[in-house]
Design a protein around this ligand. Sequence first.
Ligand SMILES: *[C@@H]1O[C@H](CO)[C@@H](O)[C@H](O)[C@H]1NC(C)=O
Length: 217
Amino acid sequence: MTDFSLISAVIAVISVLMLTVLYLNRLFGPKQKTEHDSILDKIPGMAPTSSEEGNSLDITAAGSIHQFLVTLHSKYGHVAVFWHKRIRVVSLASPEAWKDVIKLFDKPDTIFEFGKCLVGLTSIQYAHGDEGKQRRHIYDKSFTYEAVGNYYRSFQKAADDATDKIGLLPPNDHINLTEHMSMFALKALNRAIFGDFFKDDNNAITLLRHYEKFDFQ
Ligand SMILES: *[C@@H]1O[C@H](CO)[C@@H](O)[C@H](O)[C@H]1NC(C)=O
């Protein structure tokens, strides 16, 4: 091997090593701070108690997310930070602060992570930008103040079905409220949204059984 090709080979190996180090550093190394991060750094709030779980343990210790947020905001003010797993969450607790973000549309997909395999990635929860806005505009028409009036009848019917069924149980019989209320919710919502298919109780029961088997983890 000539000196020249030896030097070229050494340079090539060093270049590949440097690229690998740079790549691994980008993957696993400390993240470059963006301007966005520096602004977020200025917001007061809690540090994560665990790098994986964020403030999950603090939320559990507080008793509920509500109690946790009450304490967070009384300590750090109306705009405060906490961590959901590895995600920094900015919590707002004043109408004025909400006004500043009223135009924000895209929501992080992680909020709906639990429902991903139930509703699928093409659901409105994961739609962003112009497409998301357009779909939202179309769907929202079915849920306006006037439109929800159309659902009263289905809701009333489902409520009557539930009370009738409970009324038919022998006295002192165990009333499985979970079962009755799940059926009520399924029938009311599904009949309102999907129509007559769910008039047949068996279809609602089949869906309930599938739902019970679904592993939300
Ligand atoms: C009550 O109903 C739920 C939902 O259908 C079911 O998972 C549970 O086992 C029932 N409980 C009893 C005590 O039957």
